[in-house]
Design a protein around this ligand. Structure first.
Ligand SMILES: Nc1ncnc2c1ncn2[C@@H]1O[C@H](COP(=O)(O)OP(=O)(O)OP(=O)(O)O)[C@@H](O)[C@H]1O
Ligand SMILES: [Mg+2]
Length: 349
């Protein structure tokens, strides 16, 4: 008789402790630690060869960890892989689909294979993934985006708590990507936890509640996006002070070539105004915190600045009081891209 299954009560959705994995003589995962709460959408980001798929295959019980402990919803992947499979919906990076069946047949086949019993789950999956109108369509006639949706419908059949998706949006056009993103948000509302990988930073970053950046098998940074940005900003602010401390008596600017302070962060703000954007340039040039301004056709202005949200609000307020008709404000969205460049070295394996 096998040992009784042991679930750790009150455990997070995913918990990885000191995970190592090696192929041949090469350490592909090196002491990876991460923890993911229930209901989060976690973006696992890293360049090609960083070890994302290897980590995901371990979480999905397709590979055994060589060292360390990996738990999904409190179940240890090495001790209770069957239980882990029950709670996990796993979508591999290059999933093939059976082509010569209809969408409905495909899902019913898997529902039976998963022994879900009630075929009502097929209806639920179809509805959630918006495949209703395509049920009688042959799988071979689906576009890539629709096939991706079908994969998601398939992994939802057994109502898993944790979805593990390897590059779910790669190769999708912008519309299909937005649709997948909206679907992930819907799944989160249903209480699912989503762990997704991507090497394209901008791909799904706006739906992620937290991220982890993996480089050469090591987790460089992980946590809620907002918190990471704050931590980096704090580290940046500490840098000049640390230098002054290490060299007492020397003013920061004394050493030739040593910048007295860390260079300011450059952020971009896109504005759209009614009328000629060039006419607005004199109002912004030389303003406090403004590092550069460009105007272009269509009333567009690109402001480079070193400020935060308050700065953006102040610029808009000022322009409006000067009679400028501001119709669009788009602060730089991609916090994540900035984070990534700051914490990684750009090393590929
Ligand atoms: N079965 C295997 N045998 C030997 N080496 C492997 C095997 N699978 C992966 N590797 C190696 O392990 C490293 C990590 O691969 P992995 O597929 O986990 O990276 P990844 O982050 O998913 O990359 P990508 O963004 O390209 O999908 C790579 O150097 C890869 O060549
Ligand atoms: Mg991969």
């Amino acid at each position: 008789m096998s040992a009784p299954a042991a679930r750790r009560a009150g455990a997070p959705a995913i918990r990885v402790r000191h995970l190592w994995h090696r192929f041949g003589s090469r350490d592909v995962l090196r002491d990876v630690n991460l923890e993911l709460g229930h209901g989060e959408i976690f973006g696992f980001i890293g360049p090609n060869g960083a070890g994302k798929t290897t980590t995901i295959r371990i979480l999905a019980t397709l590979l055994e960890p060589m060292a360390g402990r990996v738990e999904v919803d409190g179940w240890d992947v090495s001790v209770d892989p069957e239980e882990v499979r029950r709670v996990v919906g796993y979508m591999p990076d290059h999933a093939g689909v059976y082509e010569h069946v209809t969408v409905r047949e495909y899902l019913e086949f898997f529902a039976e294979a998963y022994r879900v019993g009630d075929l009502g789950v097929v209806d639920a999956s179809v509805e959630l993934t918006d495949l209703g109108k395509l049920q009688t369509r042959m799988v071979s006639a689906l576009s890539k985006g629709m096939k991706q949706r079908l994969q998601l419908a398939r992994i939802l059949l057994h109502d898993p708590k944790v979805l593990i998706l390897d590059e779910p949006a790669s190769d999708l056009d912008p519309r299909a990507r937005i649709e997948i993103r909206d679907l992930l948000l819907e799944l989160r509302e249903l209480g699912k936890t989503v762990f997704l990988s991507s090497h394209i930073l901008t791909e799904l970053s706006d739906v992620c509640t937290s991220i982890g950046i993996l480089e050469r098998g090591q987790l460089v940074v992980a946590g809620p996006i907002g918190e990471l940005a704050e931590r980096l900003a704090a580290a940046r602010a500490e840098r000049p002070a640390a230098r002054a401390e290490s060299e007492p008596g020397e003013a920061p600017g004394d050493r030739l070539g040593a910048p007295p302070v860390a260079p300011p962060v450059r952020r971009r703000l896109k504005l759209r105004v009614l009328g000629d954007a060039h006419a607005v340039l004199p109002l912004l040039h030389g303003g406090g915190g403004v590092l550069g301004v460009q105007a272009s056709a269509g009333g567009l202005l690109l402001v480079e600045h070193a400020g935060g949200e308050a700065f953006v609000a102040e610029v808009v307020r000022y322009l409006v009081t000067q009679g400028v008709m501001v119709v669009g404000v788009e602060p730089e969205r991609n916090e994540l891209e900035r984070l990534f460049l700051e914490v990684t070295q750009g090393d590929l394996q």
